[in-house]
Design a binder for this molecule. Structure first.
Ligand code: ZN
Ligand code: ZN
Length: 301
C-alpha cells in the first residue's frame, strides 16, 4: 500500500510541477496604479485592512506573499529556477524586506527553490521539517533528473530552521494563526500530508492546501470529507481564500469548490470506468487543467 501511494505521491508532485499552459506577459491585477509586467506567471493582489495579499501563480502553482507595513512574509516558493527569478523580481518591486518564508508542507515543488532566497529564515511545521531533512536529498535528486539541471539547478536542500506549532503570532502588527489540520486529505502518502494552513484572523483570509483548487481538476478521495470541511470553512466568512494551487478568490471560493466536488462525485459515481469519468469531468469543467485526472481518478475505481 505504501509503495502504491509513494508512486502516486511522486507522480502527483511531478505532474503539478510540470504543468502546462501559462499565459505570457500578464500584468499584475492590483488596486495600485503601479503595474509590474510578468513574462511567465501572473499576480493577483487583494488589499485587506492592515495587510495586502499577493499571489504569484505560474504553471498552476502559487506562492503567497503577505505584505505588512514594513515586511513581506512569503508562503512557499514556486518550483523552476526561471519562475523563481520572476518571483524574486516581483518581491523586489514591493521594496520591503522578505522577513521569512513559510513552507506549507513537504512536497518539493513548494520548497526546492529555497536556496534562491539565502539568508531568509525559513519556517515549517515539525513534520515538514522532518520530511525535508530525511527525504529532501532524494526528492531533489529525482526532480533534477526529471526536469534537467537547467530547470532545476538547485544544489542544496534547505531544511527549514524554525518550527511552527499550531499557534498565533503577531508579525509587524498582523495576527497570523497557524493551523495543522488533523486530516491532510492525501492520507496514505509517505510524506507531504501534514500541511499548514495559515490564517489572518483579523483580515479574514486563509491559505490552505490539498483541500480544493479553483482552475484545475483535483478530485482525489475522500470527496465527501472535503465537501464537509469546505462547508465548515465557508461558515467562517473569509474575505480572501488562497489555495496552494489555482487562483485565490473571495468567499465564493467555497461554493465553487463544493459545486465542483458535488459534480465530480456524481459524475464519478455514474461512470463505469476512469475514461468515462475523465470525459465527463472535462466536459463539465472544460477550462480546468486536467493534468492530474489520469492519476487521481483511478483512486475511485
Ligand atoms: Zn502538496
Ligand atoms: Zn502543491
Amino acid at each position: 500500500m505504501i509503495i502504491k501511494y509513494k508512486s502516486f505521491f511522486t507522480s502527483i508532485i511531478l505532474l503539478i510541477a510540470s504543468g502546462f499552459g501559462f499565459s505570457s506577459c500578464t500584468t499584475v491585477i492590483t488596486s495600485e496604479t503601479r503595474a509590474f509586467n510578468l513574462k511567465y506567471g501572473k499576480v493577483i493582489v487583494k488589499e485587506l485592512t492592515g495587510a495586502k495579499c499577493h499571489t504569484y501563480i505560474v504553471n498552476h502553482t502559487a506562492s503567497h506573499i503577505i505584505e505588512t507595513n514594513n515586511y513581506l512574509i512569503m508562503q512557499d516558493t514556486v518550483q523552476n529556477w526561471l519562475y523563481n527569478t520572476e518571483l524574486k523580481s516581483y518581491l523586489e518591486s514591493l521594496e520591503k524586506p522578505l522577513d521569512r518564508i513559510i513552507i506549507s508542507h513537504g512536497h518539493i515543488h513548494h520548497w526546492a527553490a529555497l536556496e534562491m532566497f539565502p539568508d531568509v529564515p525559513v519556517y515549517a511545521n515539525s513534520e515538514t521539517i522532518k520530511e525535508i531533512h530525511e527525504w529532501g536529498g532524494q526528492m531533489l535528486k529525482e526532480l533534477r533528473k526529471r526536469k534537467g539541471d537547467d530547470v532545476i539547478p538547485y544544489k542544496k536542500v534547505i531544511v527549514p530552521q524554525n518550527v511552527i506549532k499550531p499557534s498565533e503570532e503577531r508579525i509587524d502588527g498582523v495576527l497570523f494563526r497557524f493551523i495543522v489540520p488533523s486530516q491532510g486529505f492525501l492520507s496514505g502518502i509517505q510524506y507531504g500530508n501534514r500541511v499548514l494552513f495559515t490564517e489572518l484572523p483579523e483580515q479574514k483570509a486563509i491559505i490552505h492546501h490539498h483541500l480544493a483548487y479553483i482552475g484545475l481538476h483535483f478530485p482525489p478521495p475522500p470527496i465527501s470529507a472535503r465537501i464537509e470541511m469546505l462547508k465548515q470553512l465557508k461558515a467562517e466568512n473569509y474575505n480572501w481564500v488562497m489555495a496552494g494551487h489555482g487562483i485565490p478568490l473571495g468567499s465564493e471560493f467555497f461554493d465553487k469548490a463544493v459545486a465542483y466536488y458535488e459534480t465530480a462525485q456524481k459524475l464519478i459515481e455514474e461512470s463505469p470506468d476512469v475514461k468515462t469519468a475523465r470525459e465527463k469531468l472535462i466536459k463539465a469543467y472544460p477550462d480546468y487543467w486536467g493534468g492530474l485526472l489520469d492519476l487521481l481518478l483511478p483512486l475511485h475505481f
